[in-house]
Design a protein around this ligand. Structure first.
Ligand SMILES: [Zn+2]
Length: 244
């Protein structure tokens, strides 16, 4: 039940990010930089130690989880490049944009948010401490998911009500994902492999989505402050993971 509670916070975060994006898209760089540090630290200080603890406790081979990490990273990389190929072609015909490309990209984000929710649920199945920190990682970056959903819909000329409807769907996805984990209990080996996959996924979105977006309009002086915030996010999670 705790997982559902935290997925509701993810719902609010996604919705907030999306609504914020409708008005103040250019002011989100600081939050994005901080989030990237949070994701890096959650992988390093929570997910990887938990994977090795599970492996030790149940006499499992942790290299399966590491293979899942690489697979997760590559899966999201290839998925996103496939969608970005569409984007590149779209910009060749600036006056000729297809709302359905925006819809498709936004639906891919909804699928991603579903995994966010499953990640929270399974992390709580592993332990409360891991669940808590994974929930923090999901809640902080979900405002970027909301922002991206609205951004994708609007740049592809979807009407605002349709963008908002997609945003609501994206916000509901983590709650549905977390709720789904109440219906099944995975064996330790599957939890370990999923946590590895989820670590690859979080690393990928931090490195490939969030940091480039955070620095997209930053000059040299702003970049230093943004990097400082990324480091701050990482250090903060280090201490949270010590206490949790
Ligand atoms: Zn997400």
């Amino acid at each position: 039940m705790t997982a559902i509670f935290f997925s509701l916070a993810a719902f609010v975060s996604t919705l907030g990010g999306g609504l914020f994006a409708l008005r103040y898209r250019d002011h989100l760089h600081y939050l994005l930089s901080f989030t990237a540090g949070v994701l890096l630290a959650v992988v390093s200080f929570e997910l990887l130690p938990e994977i090795f603890e599970l492996a030790h406790e149940h006499a499992l081979d942790p290299s399966w989880a590491m293979a899942a990490l690489v697979a997760g990273f590559l899966f999201f990389h290839s998925g996103e490049k496939f969608i970005l190929i569409h984007h590149a072609h779209e910009s060749d015909y600036a006056a000729h944009r297809h709302p359905h490309v925006g819809m498709l990209s936004a639906l891919a984000l909804v699928g991603h948010s579903l995994l966010d929710g499953v990640g929270i649920g399974l992390a709580f199945q592993a332990s409360t401490a891991v669940g808590l920190v994974v929930a923090i990682a999901v809640i902080t970056h979900d405002c970027c998911d909301g922002l991206n959903t609205v951004g994708l819909m609007l740049t592809h000329r979807n009407p605002t009500p349709r963008a908002v409807a997609m945003l609501v769907l994206d916000a509901l996805a983590p709650v549905i994902g977390a709720a789904s984990t109440l219906l099944f209990q995975l064996p330790p080996v599957a939890v370990m492999v999923y946590l590895g996959f989820f670590a690859g996924f979080l690393l990928y979105i931090g490195v490939s989505d969030i940091l480039p977006e955070a620095h997209s309009k930053a000059g040299p002086s702003t970049a230093i402050r943004l990097i400082g915030l990324t480091a701050f996010g990482a250090v903060l999670i280090y201490f949270v993971s010590r206490w949790a």
